[in-house]
Design a binder for this molecule. Structure first.
Ligand code: ADP
Ligand code: PAZ
Ligand code: K
Length: 252
């Protein structure tokens, strides 16, 4: 059994994989990382241990220490997954490839290995990331990460308005095309900004390309995207990419 871990700035996502298939997946708030061994023990078939752990972390050293601590009783040692110039058939176009968030890189690897064609890779988490994945002009059949954007996620956007103004609440409610209350104006403003950025970046892709949408805010964002956008919701896209890397034969 292999354990794949995606530590984001809000939640730790985990997945257990065996013989190329998922046995179990789940998510924990970062304050509940100590519950990870319990969740894993419940999901692991009796008598089975972990052969390998691949750890993708953009949440900093405290979260890394909490995860390592939680896994002491189970752990064969954590392997850190980091952004590289190339992985699993995808080339990283960042000026400094290692600067790219490891979660964005894993999602791009997952996206290419699922789609094998250009796509927009959107992750609506603590931050909203919108990444353009093309076919590599230098290596047909391979993916090329051509660039992408980072925006505050929905909670960060509405939280910033609340914290830095006198009159704006921490808004709740539904999206409206043309809002007529303060709450609706804030919720819809944040979602219009996010959807607008997705729709603008989508112009970088050949018409008809899929838009892969994942992350805790995916359902909410999906509801206000242009219905003409070919959205495909993928739960746990980062874990899909990590699984792809873990399934590859080790380089000698
Ligand atoms: N029910 C919900 N409705 C809207 N947004 C949500 C909901 N649940 C979570 N989110 C959003 O998803 C984010 C967490 O998603 P997640 O993918 O776990 O993020 P991360 O990878 O950064 O840890 C939250 O910051 C929030 O913006
Ligand atoms: C952009 C991110 C904060 C997204 O994190 P998340 O919302 O998944 O918690 C993370 O991928 C990150 O720290 N990236 C490093 C900078 C970069 O990707 O350019
Ligand atoms: K994100």
């Amino acid at each position: 059994m292999i354990l794949l871990l995606d530590a984001g700035n809000t939640r730790l996502k985990w997945g257990l994989r065996q013989a190329g298939a998922w046995r179990a997946r789940g998510a924990l708030e970062r304050e509940r990382i100590g519950d990870l061994p319990h969740a894993l023990r419940q999901a692991l078939p009796a008598g089975q241990g972990l052969q390998r752990i691949l750890f993708c972390n953009v949440a900093g050293p405290e979260v890394a220490a909490a995860v390592a601590q939680a896994l002491v009783p189970l752990s064969p040692g954590l392997e850190n997954f980091l952004a590289t110039p190339e992985a699993a058939g995808v080339r990283n176009g960042y000026a400094r490839p290692a600067q790219l968030g490891a979660d964005r890189w894993a999602a791009l690897v997952g996206a290419w290995n699922q789609e094998r064609r250009p796509c927009l890779v959107v992750n609506a988490g603590t931050a909203l990331t919108i990444d353009v994945l093309l076919e590599d002009p230098e290596r047909p059949g391979h993916g090329y990460f051509a660039g992408g954007c980072i925006l505050p996620g929905f909670d960060l956007m509405r939280g910033a308005l609340n914290r830095h103004t006198a009159q704006l609440p921490l808004a709740e409610g539904d999206f409206a095309e043309l809002p007529r209350s303060t709450d609706a104006a804030i919720v819809s403003g944040c979602l219009h900004a996010q959807a607008g950025a997705v729709e603008r970046l989508y112009r970088q892709l050949p018409p008809g390309s899929p838009c892969l949408l994942s992350g805790g805010g995916a359902a909410q964002l999906d509801e206000c995207l242009d219905p003409a956008l070919p959205v495909r919701r993928v739960d746990y896209l980062v874990l899909e990419g990590l699984a792809r890397v873990a399934d590859l034969p080790a380089v000698a």
